[in-house]
Design a protein around this ligand. Sequence first.
Ligand code: PHE
Length: 381
Amino acid sequence: MRCVIAFFAAGLSILAVFGCTDNNSGKDKLENTTIKVAFLGSLTGNTSSFSKNTLLGVEMALKEARQNGLNIELIIKNNAGRAEKAIENMKAIVKDNEIYAVLGEVSSTMSLTVAPIAQQAGLPMITPTSTNPRVTEVGNYIFRICFIDPFQGFVMAKFAREHLNLNKVAVLKDRQSDYSKGLAEFFTNTFKKLEGDVVMDEVYKSGDRDFRVQLEQIRKFQPEAIFLPGYYRDVAMIARQARKMGIQAQLLGGDGWDSDKLFEIGRDAVNGGYFSNHFALEKNDEPAQRFIQAFREQYQRNPDGLAARGYDATKILIHALKSSKILSREGLREQLAEIKNFPGVTGPTSINQNRNAEKPAVVVKVEGPMNRYITTISPTN
Ligand code: PHE
């Protein structure tokens, strides 16, 4: 109806006709429709700080969208760190036809659990944070806006060899986590390629309290560093036990360390450790600085890498929703595949043909409750 009126009122028949046929484009098509987006994470459980912080970023981006006239309803589902719950949640999400995309999961293991359901139903899934390469291999509806673990492993191996001049390292990984096992392998490959020695490779299970047996084994080889590709709680516990046993090796890790809780639990034991990440507060480009300031205003605290990625993933999703010609899950999928050089707060983001984002990583050093920016390593370095 609006089109017909425009047609006569304008009197510019050709233009008006084109205007009518395209009444699905831009913001207009989003304004009178209910658009729901789901967030799938583990808001309780062992690694809840990851999902909680990711959600803060998601909600901030949606609040900004609302201020710009777009009303997107967020359906929040809590997996509580349990695979069965995640499956149940994802099944409910794909059934709701008003949901156009799902943001999540946060951990790779969970993303791998739920991605086949989204893929089969043809629902775009965008994980802000899961870095294991297999996640997006599930199919063409599965996207991520962060780098992947082969790159993160490369970054830390290169940093350990060339920046810290380390020759001899041990690896201690979580045997039940796809993230941890993958990252351990990718780190090891590059470290060896750079002619370093990985003298010991040990495993634990997330939630274990006693790591003395593994640490005793590691101690025998006198490594200069221990690579801990795990999540903050386990890492902090391992670090405390290692220091108590008199092991002074340098500690290294990946983005799973990114939580205030790392220092809260680990204290002096984790101080001086280095880990690769997606974001640092010292990032001084315009999008990052604007985000940090707005985040502080909204939440009275600093954002971490998870919040930053939650924010970027949501912004990218909104951008794709706006640019899809037809509002449908498939239309959205096509637009997500086209994302190029999106000015994210975690850096310019392009989705490559494998639906992964290629972007630089930062290395930070744990210094009390703050992490200090040390260097940036790019995929082309
Ligand atoms: N990268 C982790 C994974 O894939 C998830 C994670 C991201 C954890 C950021 C902590 C911080 O499992």
